[in-house]
Design a binder for this molecule. Structure first.
Ligand code: SF4
Length: 430
């Protein structure tokens, strides 16, 4: 039996797509092995959001070939779409597939044997709505990602995603429903809605809220989680649904990118700090236990120390709980890539560190304020010390030592103690 291994770089959407690609290999008679084992075929699902992601992809190719020089290497996805010529120069790659055909990678492998030159499949990305024709995907995680949308039309000045994934397009409503019912019947209790810009979902008059309401109505699904969603695309009605329906997790990840209006404008974001905060404050007022998270880029060209201090203050004084910090990365295709006043790497590193510290403090405070509460835990995996771990509805990372529980159990636990970024809990039914 031929063996295939996979590696995913980048976002949750890439993770969802790797699961789909992996299913096609299982159906094609391959045995799926861990990435660190020798395989006949290795698929790297790439990311190109930062220079670091590009470099990591090239390093992974070398790593695979060091383990087994005969492994057939396919690099698919965003980096392949934007930089196929650069990838062509990396020794040992056999297949380079861009965004349009990435889910069909197996169909492009005639025979998994090394080739002198890579085959390049890099079509223009469709604008049309789409379906995903992979039945019964073999998802190994407890929470299943469900892709509803792809691409983006917003053209933020720093972002290469519209070049890598193409323009915004939505998955057929009925196709999402079909997969969600299927996942529920397989026993999945939580679905995470994924896409590039999910709030812009549009299919035959159906909006993002219609998708959400449809998913909430499917019997068997206990939790629906929204992944990252753009600030200007979220209707306030979402907060009413979240407040009234315990299936919809009180957890939103809303990218702020900067807490300074001058920088937001240079980033070509569609809101100012005041507008963003109005929504965040409304969310917090309506759903006091909500976990609100964000992304912030540090070291955007022209960002002064005062601008950065303003960003820190905006984050610190808001109900936001934690931030994913990104250091600005020069992407040549983007408008920001051509801006003057680049920030030096040392300053970026220092700003990133400061924001990380602030984020850790705020998260710790949120966790401490939650102690004593009884929350629902979806049990995901067992750590090396035997404790089971998972997340609450509002995304608190929890560890428990309760006899008899198992993966995919949804149980009530009482939060007891914060230790190293995890909240320890006991059985909440007593
Ligand atoms: S909204 Fe902006 S940051 Fe997000 S994918 Fe679109 S262009 Fe990129």
């Amino acid at each position: 039996m031929l063996k295939a291994s996979f590696y995913t770089l980048g976002c949750r959407l890439n993770q969802a797509e790797t699961a789909l690609i992996s299913s096609t290999f299982t159906d094609g008679g391959y045995e799926i092995v861990p990435f660190n084992e020798s395989a006949d075929v290795c698929v790297i699902n790439s990311c190109t959001v930062t220079e670091h992601a590009d470099a990591k992809c090239r390093q992974l190719v070398r790593q695979v070939l060091k383990r087994n020089p005969q492994t057939y290497v396919a690099v698919v996805g965003c980096y392949s779409q934007t930089s196929s010529e650069a990838l062509k120069k990396v020794d040992g790659i056999d297949l380079i597939i861009g965004t349009q055909e990435k889910l069909k990678v197996l169909q492009h492998i005639d025979e998994p044997s090394k080739t002198p030159q890579p085959k390049i499949v890099r079509d223009t990305v469709d604008r049309k709505s789409f379906t995903i024709d992979i039945k019964d995907p073999k998802i190994k995680t407890t929470r299943a990602n469900i892709k509803i949308q792809d691409g983006c039309d917003f053209m933020c000045s720093f972002c290469v995603i519209p070049f890598a994934r193409g323009r915004a397009r939505s998955r057929a409503f009925w196709d999402i429903q079909r997969e969600a019912i299927d996942l529920a019947s397989q026993g999945f209790k939580e679905l995470v809605i994924t896409g590039v810009n999910i709030g812009t979902y549009q299919f035959e008059g159906k909006s993002f809220l219609d998708v959400l309401k449809m998913l909430l109505s499917i019997p068997g699904l206990e939790r629906i989680r929204i992944s990252s969603i753009e600030p200007t695309t979220i209707p306030y009605e979402l907060l009413d649904i979240m407040a009234d329906n315990e299936k919809l997790c009180p957890h939103l990840h809303i990218p702020l990118q900067s807490g300074c209006d001058k920088t937001l404008s240079a980033m070509k974001r569609k809101y100012n700090v005041k507008e963003y905060m109005e929504f965040i404050d409304a969310a917090y007022k309506k759903i006091p236990n909500i976990m609100l998270a964000t992304d912030i880029i540090v070291g955007f060209p022209g960002e002064t120390q005062t601008d950065f201090a303003q960003t820190c203050a905006t984050f610190r004084d808001s109900p936001l709980t934690y931030v994913h910090v990104f250091s600005f990365s020069q992407r040549d295709k983007t408008a920001a890539g051509r801006l003057p006043d680049k920030i030096d790497p040392r300053t970026k590193k220092q700003r990133s560190k400061e924001l990380h510290v602030l984020s850790d403090q705020k998260k710790q405070k949120f966790y401490e304020q939650s102690l004593g509460q009884t929350v629902r835990l979806l049990v995901e995996n067992q750590s090396h010390n035997g404790h089971w771990q998972g997340f609450s509805d509002n995304y608190i990372k929890i560890a428990v030592d309760i006899p008899g529980i198992k993966k995919n159990d949804l149980i009530n636990v009482q939060l007891k103690e914060v230790l190293d970024d995890v909240v320890y809990a006991t059985n909440g039914d007593f």
